[in-house]
Design a protein around this ligand. Structure first.
Ligand code: HEC
Ligand code: HEC
Ligand code: HEC
Ligand code: HEC
Ligand code: HEC
Ligand code: HEC
Ligand code: HEC
Ligand code: HEC
Length: 465
């Protein structure tokens, strides 16, 4: 199925990856050096050491599925073995023994395979991913946004089963507990200091590029009431064409040689946000083609990349299949929908909240002890995002019925609640049980979680003025 150009590019890629792998290995001192893996001889000699064979043989009894997946993978074809990914230095926080390494003091293993390990052989993907919001999400959540949920609004088990399963857990101390492991969230904090997890998208042990290109891959996290990109995609014409025709498409083409029309007829998430199409190179920084930060409450343009250059890149994706007028008009329509959301809904709602806080009619703890605070949150976080993302990605049902329609309906409720607060002279704070748990450091979290203590006594009574 791979065309001649694809084949040539693929061979070039493999050579480049192998060279990177060899370089990574040659930088390593075999046993006690600074880097944990010693793949060089293996790759060059194309043979396996006894030790490497032992891993495969024993584990094919322990986890036959994993070894079978590995056998089908590009890694097995290139003689990248279990040890290349799972070897640890004795001094690593996560170093451990398994039955196969007991009694071999020079060999330690770890179940954690961080992006830094992958990046030794895939440096470009590693660097791009590290720059992305995917890898940086822990810092974004805790330092930039100071997300109130992480400041004591919910507890450890709620975070472990929810937030951190998508965003990534903290395993930086190398101790794997029921709360933090297993976890393949995009921004996991790893013991070696690297961030994220490549297997958020490239499931082990197949590392199949075809799987990564399909929308179901992204949909595991990009779904639900607050970022329903998956639902939007599958309701869009692009998604419908994918569903109808994907069996006839070629998802295996080499990177940068996956060609619209020849290999696929409608774009997937990866095609628009990551793949190398036309003059665009593949990118592992999913922010590179965005003009807006539509996840935020207010109207903000891309903070990580030049917004206009990013927009040009996205339009370049579209014109692989559409005319420039079609593409540019559609994207300009999205900009107008952003303005509509910002001017007509977010600005007045925010002004109302600012006023209630300034008059001390609501408790100072910024959110979620009073009903109006939930309604305000959902205005921007749920229906406000749905309206914007439906407009961005050809999902009219989300732009209107789950989006602007709901914004109008809840804006109505919001105004009534605000009037009631003003009439009563106070809100009705309620302490929701189950908050707390291990929170951010006091410096990052002030005034939480101590702030919750007084609320406990405020069940349904006026806030202190
Ligand atoms: C290309 C790198 C790579 C290679 C090669 C590789 N693994 Fe893994 N393995 C991973 C990653 C990534 C994970 C998931 C860990 C994580 O999220 O950090 C994993 C997880 C595992 C787990 C625990 C996961 C579970 O579902 O229980 C076992 C066991 C394992 N690997 C065994 C093996 C064996 C045996 C081989 C050789 C046949 C092998 N691995 C080869 C990258 C690799
Ligand atoms: C004699 C059989 C045997 C051999 C040889 C062997 N292993 Fe294991 N390995 C196991 C068993 C059994 C476990 C599960 C141990 C446990 O968790 O109690 C395990 C656990 C692991 C885990 C951790 C899985 C987890 O989720 O904690 C990794 C990674 C791993 N082995 C990699 C390797 C590598 C790499 C080699 C080659 C150096 C190797 N194993 C050789 C039997 C073996
Ligand atoms: C020791 C070097 C080495 C390590 C470590 C390694 N890889 Fe690879 N990887 C390779 C080689 C060599 C290939 C085959 C080259 C090719 O097909 O482009 C490959 C291929 C791939 C492919 C398929 C590319 C394609 O074009 O089909 C993916 C995806 C991938 N690796 C992801 C990972 C991830 C994720 C990790 C870490 C969990 C990892 N690799 C760790 C060397 C490595
Ligand atoms: C189902 C997976 C999933 C869960 C569960 C989840 N998130 Fe998210 N979160 C996402 C995705 C996907 C985005 C990106 C939305 C976008 O850009 O449109 C996101 C965006 C965010 C952002 C905005 C980041 C920015 O750059 O502005 C924050 C903060 C956040 N989430 C925090 C949390 C917290 C805290 C929780 C738990 C209370 C949580 N998330 C639960 C997937 C999830
Ligand atoms: C957000 C999902 C996602 C994450 C996270 C991710 N990848 Fe990928 N990766 C993809 C997609 C999609 C492709 C296919 C791009 C295309 O169409 O050519 C890909 C392609 C690749 C390839 C093939 C060569 C190329 O660059 O196209 C390699 C190698 C690879 N990824 C390695 C990694 C490594 C290493 C990491 C972690 C540092 C990683 N990926 C993290 C989605 C992801
Ligand atoms: C394991 C969960 C997970 C998977 C899988 C995942 N994402 Fe994300 N994605 C997130 C989270 C969490 C964020 C929000 C990060 C932040 O802003 O803090 C995000 C943010 C984004 C953003 C916004 C980036 C920005 O700079 O504003 C885009 C675009 C995106 N993802 C696209 C994709 C695509 C395309 C795929 C599949 C190829 C994918 N994601 C797979 C969890 C995931
Ligand atoms: C036809 C191309 C296309 C497809 C297919 C597509 N997107 Fe998008 N996506 C866009 C455009 C255009 C935007 C708005 C970009 C901007 O800010 O100018 C966008 C915005 C986003 C955002 C919001 C980023 C932000 O501002 O916070 C996320 C997240 C995202 N897409 C993820 C996905 C996921 C996941 C899928 C698949 C389920 C997908 N996209 C499918 C074109 C596409
Ligand atoms: C791989 C090719 C391909 C790419 C890339 C692509 N599209 Fe499409 N798009 C299609 C096809 C095919 C259709 C169906 C055309 C038809 O019915 O005539 C379509 C339909 C549409 C529609 C009509 C939706 C409807 O509900 O009627 C819009 C709008 C659209 N695309 C916008 C875009 C935008 C904007 C981009 C870039 C962000 C883009 N497309 C990228 C192939 C593509």
């Amino acid at each position: 199925m791979i065309g001649l150009i694809g084949l040539i590019r693929r061979i070039g890629r493999i050579a480049a990856t192998l060279a990177a792998a060899a370089l990574a290995a040659s930088a390593a001192e075999p046993e006690k050096g600074p880097l944990p893996h010693v793949p060089r001889e293996i790759i060059i000699e194309r043979g396996l050491t006894e030790l490497e064979k032992s891993c495969i043989e024993c584990h094919s009894k322990q986890e036959p599925g994993k070894v079978h997946d590995w056998e089908q993978s590009p890694h097995a074809r290139a003689n990248v073995t279990c040890l290349d990914c799972h070897r640890a230095r004795g001094t690593d926080k996560d170093a451990m023994d398994c039955p196969g390494t007991k009694g071999k003091p020079d060999v330690k293993i770890t179940p954690i395979v961080s992006p830094a390990k992958c990046a030794r052989c895939h440096p470009r993907e590693g660097q791009e991913f590290a720059k992305s919001k995917h890898a940086r999400t822990w810092d974004i959540m805790t330092k930039e946004i100071k997300d109130p949920w992480l400041r004591g609004m919910n507890n450890e088990i709620e975070r472990a089963t929810g937030c951190l399963s998508c965003h990534g857990s903290d395993i930086s101390d190398g101790k794997l507990t029921a709360e933090n492991w297993p976890n393949q969230g995009v921004g996991r904090l790893n013991p070696d200091g690297s961030k994220g997890s490549c297997v958020a998208c490239h499931t082990t042990h197949r590392f199949d590029i075809a799987e990564a290109r399909k929308p179901e891959n992204c949909g595991q996290c990009h779904m639900g009431p607050d970022h329903p990109q998956d639902e939007i995609y599958f309701e869009s014409k692009h998604g419908k064409i994918y569903l109808a025709e994907k069996d006839k498409w070629n998802f295996e083409a080499a990177p940068d040689a996956w060609e619209p029309h020849k290999d696929f007829r409608a774009p997937t998430c990866a095609a628009c946000h990551m793949s190398g199409l036309g003059p665009l190179a593949t990118t592992h920084d999913v922010g590179e083609r965005l003009k807006w930060e539509a996840q935020l409450p207010a109207l903000v343009k891309n903070k990580d990349h030049d917004p206009d250059a990013a927009r040009k890149k996205m339009a370049t994706v579209c014109v692989q299949c559409h005319s420039p007028r079609w593409a540019n008009n559609y994207l300009a329509r999205y900009d107008k929908a952003m303005d509509n959301y910002g001017e007509n809904y977010f600005k007045p709602a925010k002004a109302t909240m600012d006023d209630l806080y300034a008059k001390k009619l609501l408790t100072a703890w910024p959110i979620f002890d009073e009903e109006i605070e939930f309604v305000y949150y959902e205005l921007w976080h749920n229906e406000g995002r749905r309206a914007r993302m439906g407009a961005a990605m050809m999902g009219p049902d989300f732009a209107w019925w789950h989006g602007f329609y709901e914004l109008k309906k809840h804006y109505n409720k919001f105004v009534h609640l605000a009037e009631k607060v003003k009439k009563d002279g106070h809100g009705s704070p309620v302490f929701v049980p189950g908050a707390g748990g291990k929170n951010l450091t006091p410096a990052e979290s002030a005034p939480f979680p101590e702030a919750w203590q007084p609320i406990k006594g405020l069940l349904g009574v006026p806030a202190a003025k």
